[in-house]
Structures are given as C-alpha cells and as structure tokens.
Write a protein of this length. Structure first.
Length: 175
C-alpha cells in the first residue's frame, strides 16, 4: 500500500480489534506510541474499546503503559472507566501504574467505582490501587456495590442449594 499512513492504520486497528491490520502496521514501521488528534495512543484506544488481543500485542511491542491523552487519561483509566476487566488485568500484569490520575484527579479506581465495575475495582486494588484515594462518596458506593454483589451471590448459592435439595428429595410415596 503505497503512501499508507501506518500510524493511522495502527490507531484504527487498535480501536477496531483488527489484529492482522495492527501487526501489518507495526511491521511496516508504525510507531507503537503514535498519537491521534486527541493525544490517544493505540494502547489507549485498544483499552477504551476493550480490544484485549490488540492491547496485548501493543504491550509486547513495548507501548508506553502510562502514556496519557490530552485529558490525562491512560489506557488503564480508560479500561477501568469502561469496565474492561481483561484489559485491566493485562495492563496491571505488564506493570501499568495504578495510581496515575487524569487532569481532573480521577484514578482508574475512581472511574471503576463511579460506574460500579466491582470486579474491575477489585482487580485494581489487588494490583496496587489505593482505595484510600477514593472520595468518601465513591468509597461508600464501592462498599455498597460490593455488599450488594455479595448478597446476590449468597442468594444464588441459597437458591442453587434449594434446587439441589428439591431435585434429590424423594417424591411422596417413593422411597
């Protein structure tokens, strides 16, 4: 493809989860940390759209894990904001900084808690995010959401147990 803008191809491929196109762009010299007009890198775009396969390839290609767009958002913050747990886990495993904040002071954990992404919040805390960084309001929201999730899980186990009991209980007149 003569005259191809490989950086643009890389950005588009990351956003759309097009692994072959992403690999082709990288092989043809696209800069792994190319920027769009909003300052987002391919890694930020992949995280924003939950494109884990592309994100993993970009990490392997040594993308800057903590690069920020013009609003100060990192790939981890974008993944947390959108609830993309697999992206969060991949970024944390690769060493992304869990304590960075946007230009207005929101961390990945803030974004995750704000949208009630419980599993994401748990992964962030396990990965080093500090729950103490949350505002009191978000701490309470997160605590309430975790409590509600635990209650749903308890009820589900209880229902499952009742179903199993009914299933194996002898019918009247049978022994």
């Amino acid at each position: 493809m003569s005259g191809t803008d490989w950086n643009w191809e890389l950005l588009q491929a990351a956003e759309h989860g097009d692994v072959p196109r992403l690999e082709t762009a990288l092989a043809n010299g696209a800069h792994v940390d190319a920027r769009d007009d909003l300052g987002a890198t391919p890694l930020i775009r992949a995280a924003d759209y939950g494109e884990t396969a592309c994100l993993v390839i970009l990490i392997a290609a040594k993308a800057d894990l903590d690069a920020k767009d013009r609003k100060g958002q990192t790939a981890l913050i974008m993944a947390a904001d959108c609830g993309h747990l697999d992206c969060i886990k991949a970024l944390i495993d690769a060493g992304a900084n869990t304590r960075l904040t946007t230009d207005v002071g929101f961390s990945a954990l803030n974004k995750s808690a704000m949208h009630h992404h419980i599993a994401c919040s748990e992964a962030l805390i396990a990965g080093g995010a500090d729950a103490g960084d949350l505002s009191l309001h978000h701490q309470q929201e997160l605590a309430d959401a975790i409590k509600a999730a635990e209650e749903r899980a308890r009820k589900a186990r209880q229902i499952q147990g009742q179903t199993n009991i009914r299933r194996f209980r002898p019918r009247p007149g049978q022994r």
